[in-house]
Design a protein around this ligand. Structure first.
Ligand SMILES: Nc1ncnc2c1ncn2[C@@H]1O[C@H](COP(=O)(O)OP(=O)(O)O)[C@@H](O)[C@H]1O
Ligand SMILES: [Mg+2]
Length: 329
């Protein structure tokens, strides 16, 4: 048993509370470099690498719905470039920061200053904070800035807010002189329609999507993802997640979103370990699914333990129920 895989065979004996906790935490941390993930990672590497010494660095807008794995990807990239103290100066090659809920340009500047270690991060006007920010970016030798949860800068959707936010982002990009990755929900793209000068600075717009499951290739891709996860689950035996039957059910249950898949497996891991199992079975998945409620899918049914599950039929049934309620409303 190696350091990375310290999970013992349970042989029917329930895992201790501490062991259950460790196994569940392990599930939370599983990250698989699936094709979309690797492609986006290499786009970021390119932007970072080719901007060094460039007069006008390229910037990138990355969008995607909640739970596709945007932050996971950006945090992983950031962690590759740890902060270092060189000659009493903190060097931060990649600065990652998130936009707080209901943010204004001033609170974004504050948050960035905080991430850069400015003890007076809240002090000053928007203008003085922004100019301090530029000094810190130089002092800390920042090469790439990642601003996640960008949609919060546009939480209050008025003409004035969009105007102010887009002007601030535009001049921030110009003054920072390093590439910037803005990441947010697809709706935050509206800022570019609103300000064509900003749009020109973010010509590269990429989207991260959940898994699809229509074509044979897409099914193989999702099943490959499941297989990689299965191999990393904190059990000595494998759980056959990538079998055709379970893959169909897991796709239907999650709609191909990594976050939902992770939640189900997290719960199922706890249930399996508590009952002393050495892999996850469909009964655990059934119970795990019942513990969770996806408010965007009021008519989703529990696919686990169903014999001869038909994914097409299940999606059609859900759609039919959705349509029926629309008519009533
Ligand atoms: N590449 C991946 N491999 C496995 N699980 C992932 C991956 N990306 C995301 N997840 C799961 O989905 C969850 C949500 O991801 P997150 O990065 O927070 O999504 P987003 O920022 O797009 O809302 C993560 O906590 C993780 O459990
Ligand atoms: Mg996120």
């Amino acid at each position: 048993m190696n350091e990375q895989f310290p999970f013992k065979r349970l042989n029917g004996i329930p895992a201790s509370q501490d062991d259950v906790r460790r196994r569940r935490e392990h599930v939370k941390k599983i990250v698989i470099a699936h094709p979309d993930y690797s492609n986006l990672l290499s786009e970021i590497e390119d932007i970072h690498f080719y901007s060094r010494g460039s007069v006008k660095p390229d910037s990138l807008f990355l969008s995607g719905v909640a739970g596709v794995g945007k932050s996971t990807l950006l945090e992983e990239y950031t962690s590759r470039f740890p902060r270092q103290i060189v000659n009493n100066n903190t060097v931060i090659p990649v600065l990652y920061s998130t936009v707080p809920v209901g943010a204004t340009p001033k609170s974004v500047a504050s948050k960035l200053l905080y991430s850069l270690g400015d003890p007076a991060y809240e002090k000053g006007t928007e203008i003085s904070q922004t100019s301090r920010l530029m000094n810190f970016i130089k002092k800390c030798k920042v090469e790439l800035i990642i601003i996640d949860e960008f949609q919060h800068l546009l939480d209050r959707d008025t003409q004035h807010v969009l105007n102010k936010a887009s002007e601030w982002v535009k001049s921030f990009c110009d003054e920072a002189g390093v590439p910037i990755i803005l990441c947010g929900f697809p709706e935050s793209k509206k800022i570019f329609k609103f300000n064509s000068q900003l749009d020109r600075r973010f010509l590269m717009k990429l989207t991260m999507e959940g898994f699809h499951y229509y074509t044979r290739e897409e099914q193989i891709e999702f099943r490959t993802f499941l297989k990689s996860i299965d191999e990393r689950l904190p059990f000595v035996d494998r759980s056959s997640l990538a079998s055709k039957q379970l893959a169909d059910k897991l796709y239907y249950a999650t709609n191909g979103l990594p976050s939902h898949l992770n939640k189900i497996l997290y719960e199922a891991t706890g249930l399996a370990a508590k009952s002393g199992n050495d892999s996850i079975d469909e009964n655990h998945l059934y119970d795990a699914f019942n513990k969770l409620e996806v408010s965007t899918r009021p008519f989703v049914s529990n696919p686990f333990t169903i014999k001869d599950f038909n994914i097409v039929g299940a999606f059609e049934e859900e759609l039919k129920n959705n349509e029926a309620t629309k008519k009533i409303i």
